[in-house]
Design a protein around this ligand. Structure first.
Ligand code: SF4
Ligand code: SF4
Length: 376
């Protein structure tokens, strides 16, 4: 079987056909009575057309396929915010995810948490996670392809951060403030969740100010793979990114989970590229090479890297002064001056939680002039 399957899909009305194509031979492990958890992307309560969440048509079609094989299907996620029945059920309704019940799936109502210790992990050695994933015989990662302020791209691997309860996510951002360290933590988490299969809804993805306030963009594909990192490598290729632009891909490459280029994978289907896809200007220069050797060169390299880092910036015209950004900011770098959020740059860790969770898309990712001039 190919490492990754890419099936073209012209719209959500024909998604069942594209899924069958992408999943051909990939569901043979499903046995009658098996509990399968579909870890979808429900980052917020946006309607499906906003392209911030996995489209319910994909989840319904997949649920139908699994139910037809006798599986019990449970759909869930931990969105940004409270991990409670009232909050998550509101997100299910707003995102159209209630419709998956008609396909025989049920929406997760188990909001318990567990703690685990992984002493051998590179970064995430002790953490809380959502226990519903444990009660399944297999987890299927059903993600959405979107831009992401901190990680460059949100796809199969970043979607697994939803295994951390919403209220604790800022704390994990704070603990792993450096983008590369955060990427190590996310890859540790992907190792722990160990999805049996990953499927990407890239029929309509999100470009620009993602992962919640960007613009829907037609991509026209469903991707499937056993290895979530291989799926991400292909998805990144589709939108014009490589391992140097996506820290989780760089980590996966370092750990030997993927090759350096999507072209080195065995891909069933066309490894195409969307022209002029608007990626978020948050490239972390993970392959930044400083010009001098020795300790001085290292210092110079670090200083240059800092100077080229993207940062959050407020679009005052869109801001309504709701203070959500200040509430969610992990290091409390945002204070409200009346109705205006002010960012203390010395405390900001560039996690872009404020940009991700601003309900009005008023926080943007600003690329410094030096980076624009150098086109990094
Ligand atoms: S969350 Fe968005 S709209 Fe609300 S205060 Fe912050 S920037 Fe303004
Ligand atoms: S200001 Fe925004 S990017 Fe900076 S630490 Fe706070 S939430 Fe993260």
């Amino acid at each position: 079987m190919a490492d990754v399957a890419i099936a073209r899909c012209k719209d959500y009305s024909s998604v069942a056909q594209a899924l069958s194509e992408a999943l051909s031979g990939r569901l043979d492990w499903v046995a009658p009575g098996m509990k399968v958890a579909l870890k979808v992307n429900l980052v917020c309560g946006a309607r499906p057309e906003a392209a911030a969440t996995t489209h319910p048509a994909v989840v319904s079609a997949l649920s139908g396929m699994l139910v037809a094989r006798g599986a019990e299907v449970i759909v869930g996620d931990s969105p940004g915010g409270l991990y409670t029945a009232a909050f998550v059920n509101r997100i299910y309704r707003a995102s159209g995810m209630k419709s998956v019940e008609a396909a025989g799936a049920r929406l997760n109502q188990d909001f318990s948490q567990r703690e685990v210790e992984l002493p051998a992990a590179a970064a995430l050695r002790r953490f809380q996670y959502t226990a519903w994933l444990d009660r399944a015989d297999a987890v299927v990662d059903v993600c959405k392809l979107k831009t992401h302020g901190m990680m460059g791209m949100s796809c199969a691997v970043k979607n697994l951060f939803g295994a951390i309860p919403g209220t604790l996510k800022p704390e994990y951002h704070f603990r792993h403030a450096d983008p590369m360290e955060f990427a190590q933590a996310i890859v540790d988490l992907a190792d722990f969740v160990n999805p049996r299969l990953s499927i990407c809804d890239a029929v309509v993805g999100m470009e620009g100010n993602g992962p919640t306030a960007g613009t829907p963009r037609f991509i026209g594909a469903i991707l499937a793979a056993e290895n979530p990192h291989a799926l991400d490598l292909c998805a990144a290729h589709l939108i014009g990114l490589g391992p140097g632009d996506v820290p989780t891909l760089a980590v996966a490459r370092e750990r030997g989970y993927i090759p350096g280029r999507a072209e080195e994978l065995d891909v069933a289907g066309e490894l195409f590229q969307v022209p002029d896809f608007k990626n978020i200007p948050a490239r972390h220069s993970v392959e930044f090479a400083h010009p001098f050797g020795g300790p001085l060169g290292t210092l110079a390299g670090k200083a240059m890297k800092r100077a080229l880092r993207s940062a959050p910036a407020l679009d005052r015209r869109s801001c309504v002064g709701c203070a959500k950004c200040a509430e969610i900011c992990p290091p409390a770098a945002i204070s409200m001056r009346g109705k205006i959020p002010a960012i203390d740059r010395s405390r900001c860790i560039r996690c872009f939680c404020c940009q991700e969770f601003c309900p009005k898309g008023a926080m943007r990712v600003r690329r410094p002039l030096a980076a624009r001039l150098l086109n990094r």
